[in-house]
Design a binder for this molecule. Structure first.
Ligand SMILES: [Zn+2]
Length: 449
C-alpha cells in the first residue's frame, strides 16, 4: 500500500484537531498492517510558508532552526499519542529542486502564467478541476488568482505554484525568478517522487479537500495524465464542547494544553480514536474522563486475567464468546474503520467474561484466548500500557526486534547482540520463545513481540 499523508506545518505546536486526523491515520496504518498489507507511508513536513517566514524573521532564527523546534515538538507529541512513524517523513525544503522541475514541466504544457514574479496554475486549463470537492468552477473569472496557501471556501481560483520573494525573505533561485514553492506543489512532488504516479491512499483532514487536495490532483494529473490517488480518506472536524475550535473562543488546545490539565496521553488517544473518522468528534473534558474510565476497565480486566486463581480446564463457551467478539471487532474495522463498533465488541466481551469469572466458569486454560484478544485489540488502539516519559514505544521496540531478527538471519550476531543490549539499557527485556521474540518493560507485565 502506497499511502501519503499531509503532515504538519511546523510553525507552532500542533492542535488537538489535527491530532484527531493523525490518530485516525495511525489506526488506519495499524489496521492495514494487521490485515497483512505492507505499507510504504510518506508524510511531509511543511517547513516553508508565509507564517513560518514571518515568525522566523520575527525571532531572528533561520528557517531551519525555527522549524526544527516545532518539528521536534511534533515528534514528541506523536510519541506520546503512540502514533507510529511513517516509513518516510520528508521535508518540503529538501525537495525544492524537484518542485522547480515540476513547475517547469507544467509551464511546457501551457498550464501556467506569470504575474509579479510569481507563477500560477491556470485551473481553466485542467478540465477535471473540482472533481474531488465538487466545487463549481463555472462562475470563475479567467485570471482570478490567489497567492496565499489558504483561501475562501467555494471560491475556485488559479493558485500559486511559485511565489516571488519579497525583499529580505528567504528564497531559492529558479529559472522563473527567486522565490519559494507554494504549499500544494510540495505534496504533489513529494508524493509522486516516493510513491509513484498513482498512490493507493491519500489521507488528510476534511479541511484539506478544497483547495489543497483539489490542487494536488490538478497539478499531479496535469503532469502525469494518470489518476493521482485511488482512494481519498478524510477525517472530519473535531469540535470542542460542541463548538468550533478557535483562538477567539478561547477553546483552542494543543496536545500539551490537554496533558497539562492532568489527562493521560492514552485517554486522549482513546477519545480521538473512538469516533469513526467520517463523523465529527465532539471533544469534551467529560468524554476524556470517560475515556480514562474505559481504559481503566480494560487494564483491570487484564490484571484479573493475570492474577485470579482459576480452576484447571478450558471452556468451549469462553472460546465461542471470544471468536464472536473478534469477528465483531474485525468486521467493524473492515467497515471503513468503524472504531466505535470495534470498541463495543471488546467491551461486551469484557463484560461477559467478567460475569463468567465471577461465576467460576472461566478456567485457567481460557486465559490464553482472552489475552490474545486483548493483544489484538491493543495492537490497534494501543492504550493498555501506561505512558512513561522516555520509555520506548511498542512500535519502536517492534522495529528494533525486527532489525535484530534480520541481523541474526544475516548471521550478524554481534549486531543482534548490540540491539539486545541497547534495548536492555532502555529498560526493555527480550525473551526468545518458539513463537518468536517476546518483550517486556523491566517494570511491568509481558507484552507480545
Ligand atoms: Zn498536502
Amino acid at each position: 500500500m502506497r499511502m501519503y499523508t499531509c503532515g504538519p506545518t511546523v510553525y507552532s505546536y500542533v492542535h488537538i484537531g489535527n491530532f484527531r486526523t493523525f490518530t485516525f491515520q495511525d489506526i488506519l496504518r495499524r489496521y492495514l498492517r494487521y490485515r497483512g498489507y505492507q505499507l510504504d507511508h510518506v508524510m511531509n513536513i511543511t517547513d516553508i510558508d508565509d507564517k513560518i517566514i514571518r515568525r522566523a524573521s520575527e525571532t531572528g532564527a533561520s528557517l531551519r532552526d525555527y522549524t526544527e523546534v516545532y518539528h521536534k515538538a511534533f515528534e514528541e507529541d506523536a510519541r506520546k499519542l503512540r502514533l507510529q512513524t511513517p516509513e518516510r517523513v520528508v521535508r518540503a525544503t529538501d525537495h525544492v529542486d524537484d518542485m522547480v522541475k515540476a513547475i517547469q514541466k507544467l509551464e511546457e504544457r501551457g498550464l501556467t502564467y506569470h504575474s509579479d514574479g510569481s507563477v500560477y496554475f491556470r485551473i481553466g486549463g485542467f478540465p477535471g478541476y473540482g472533481k474531488l470537492s465538487r466545487i463549481d468552477v463555472s462562475g470563475m473569472r479567467a485570471g482570478a488568482r490567489v497567492d496565499v496557501d489558504e483561501y475562501e471556501k467555494a471560491d475556485a481560483r488559479d493558485f500559486v505554484l511559485w511565489k516571488a520573494a519579497k525583499p529580505g525573505e528567504p528564497f531559492w533561485e529558479a529559472p522563473f525568478g527567486a522565490g519559494r514553492p507554494g504549499w500544494h506543489i510540495e505534496c504533489s512532488v513529494m508524493a509522486m517522487q516516493y510513491l509513484g504516479e498513482t498512490l493507493d491512499i491519500h489521507t488528510g483532514g476534511v479541511d484539506l479537500v478544497f483547495p489543497h487536495h483539489e490542487n494536488e490532483i490538478a497539478q499531479s494529473e496535469a503532469l502525469t495524465r494518470k489518476p493521482f490517488a485511488r482512494f481519498w480518506l478524510h477525517a472530519e472536524f473535531l469540535l470542542i464542547e460542541g463548538q468550533k475550535m478557535s483562538k477567539s473562543l478561547g477553546n483552542f488546545y494543543t496536545l500539551r494544553d490537554v496533558l497539562d490539565k492532568g489527562y493521560s496521553p492514552e485517554a486522549v488517544r482513546y477519545l480521538l480514536a473512538s469516533v469513526p473518522y467520517r463523523k465529527q468528534l465532539n471533544f469534551t473534558f467529560d468524554a476524556l474522563k470517560s475515556a480514562a474510565t474505559a481504559i481503566e476497565r480494560l487494564r483491570n480486566f487484564r490484571l484479573r486475567l493475570d492474577s485470579d486463581t482459576l480452576e484447571p480446564g478450558q471452556s468451549a463457551e469462553i472460546g465461542a464468546i471470544g471468536e464472536q467478539a473478534l469477528r465483531q471487532f474485525e468486521s467493524g474495522l473492515d467497515e471503513d474503520l468503524n472504531t466505535a463498533q470495534a470498541l463495543a465488541a471488546v467491551f461486551e466481551y469484557v463484560r461477559e467474561i467478567n460475569t463468567l469469572m465471577d461465576a467460576g466458569r472461566f478456567k485457567a486454560g481460557d486465559r490464553a484466548s482472552a489475552r490474545s484478544l486483548l493483544e489484538r485489540f491493543d495492537s490497534i488502539f494501543d492504550v493498555l500500557e501506561v505512558y512513561r516519559e522516555g520509555r520506548l514505544s511498542a512500535d519502536e521496540i517492534q522495529r528494533a526486534i525486527e532489525e535484530r531478527l534480520a541481523a541474526r538471519k544475516a548471521r550478524n550476531f554481534s549486531r543482534a547482540d548490540e540491539i539486545r543490549k541497547e534495548l536492555a539499557a532502555r529498560g526493555v527485556v527480550l525473551e526468545d520463545t518458539k513463537e518468536g521474540t517476546r518483550w517486556k518493560y523491566g517494570d511491568s507485565e509481558t507484552s507480545s513481540g
